[in-house]
Every structure is written in structure tokens, then in C-alpha cells.
Design a protein around this ligand. Structure first.
Ligand code: ATP
Ligand code: MG
Length: 168
């Protein structure tokens, strides 16, 4: 016994307590609510990958907490992009500090800076009676037209006949 100081005796009962009796949980195979695969498949420190699904029944709420710079925004962007695997998925992000700007642009999405002048602005055409704001608005609307021509073509197709009828 003296020769085995660094190697303590393990009783078979201790060994039984240490033995895994079930396999590692690999996460749900499907997202029943969205009738599709899990949100993403993640690599783990072990040999079993993990299937992440944020839904419990029909509720997909989640909370991400972590120290500054831990990777919360990157994780959120990853979850948002992975969500696009579901048919007809749409993602709207209320972004803080341009965290998802790169991900949005990479997905060919539209990123609007609402608080460019330091204050929040959800009504971009509010100050349109001011000439300076009006010229900014003209450029902004022009940029929207260039960015999403199909949508605006549909609006114009509807709007122009209506306006010309009213003018006549
Ligand atoms: N899985 C990852 N692997 C490598 N780098 C990562 C990973 N996740 C995040 N990073 C890098 O870590 C840095 C901080 O990430 P991120 O901005 O997501 O953190 P955060 O938790 O949102 O920070 P804050 O609390 O300031 O908002 C970024 O430069 C990002 O590129
Ligand atoms: Mg962040």
C-alpha cells in the first residue's frame, strides 16, 4: 500500500458511481413546432455533436448572458442566420452598436441606422418641412429605390395609375 501513495484505491462501488449509465444527450433531433431540423448543429468538447433547438413546445424564448466581449453578439448573429434554414423565415434585428451589421450585409439584408445623429429616430420623414432634412430625405428615398427596385416597382405600378386618375 505504501508504494501506491499516488494511486488511491478505488472501490468497485466508487467505480460504479463514476460510470456513465446513459449516453451524452445530443439535443432534440427535430424542431416539432417549426416542423424542421434543429436550429444548428454545434461541435462540442466531446465526440458527440450537439443539436441546438431554442424551442420548448411553441415557445422559442431565450436569454444570453455573458461578460463583455464574450461573444454574445456573434452568437446572436449565428442563431439569426441559422434560422433562415426554415422555409419562409424572416429575420428582423433591433441592433445595438451595429453588432449585426456585417451579418445583415453578408446576407444581402438592409441595415438602417436609426440613431445616426446620436438620438433614436423611428420617424425618418418627421422633419421634412425643413429644407435640409428634405434634401437628406430625397437622397435616403433614392437609396431605398436603388436597393430594393422590385418592391418599389410594385408600389409605383399601383400608385401611378391611382395618382393619374385623381389628376384627371
Ligand atoms: N466563437 C468565436 N470564435 C472566435 N472569436 C469570436 C467568437 N465569438 C466572438 N468572437 C470575437 O470576440 C469578440 C467579441 O465578440 P462579441 O462582440 O460577440 O461579444 P459581446 O459579448 O457581444 O460583447 P459586448 O458585451 O461588448 O456586446 C469579437 O471580436 C468577435 O469576433
Ligand atoms: Mg455585443
Amino acid at each position: 500500500m505504501l508504494g501506491q501513495i499516488g494511486q488511491p484505491l478505488v472501490h468497485t462501488l466508487n467505480l460504479a458511481h463514476l460510470m456513465p449509465l446513459s449516453p451524452v444527450w445530443a439535443g432534440p433531433a427535430r424542431n416539432a413546432h417549426l416542423d424542421g431540423p434543429p436550429l444548428l448543429l454545434a461541435e462540442t468538447s466531446g465526440s458527440t455533436p450537439f443539436r441546438l433547438s431554442t424551442h420548448v413546445g411553441d415557445v422559442g424564448h431565450m436569454l444570453i448572458v455573458g461578460p463583455t466581449g464574450a461573444g454574445k453578439s456573434v452568437l446572436l448573429a449565428l442563431l439569426a442566420l441559422q434560422f433562415r434554414r426554415y422555409a419562409g423565415a424572416q429575420v428582423f434585428v433591433f441592433d445595438k452598436g451595429n453588432s449585426t451589421r456585417a451579418a445583415v450585409l453578408a446576407m444581402d439584408g438592409t441595415h438602417h441606422v436609426l440613431g445616426a445623429d446620436g438620438t433614436l429616430a423611428f420617424q425618418p420623414l418627421r422633419g421634412i418641412d425643413d429644407p435640409a432634412t428634405r434634401s437628406w430625405a430625397a437622397e435616403w428615398i433614392g437609396a431605398l429605390l436603388v436597393h430594393d427596385p422590385r418592391r418599389w416597382r410594385a408600389i409605383l405600378r399601383r400608385q401611378v395609375p391611382q395618382e393619374s386618375k385623381e389628376m384627371a
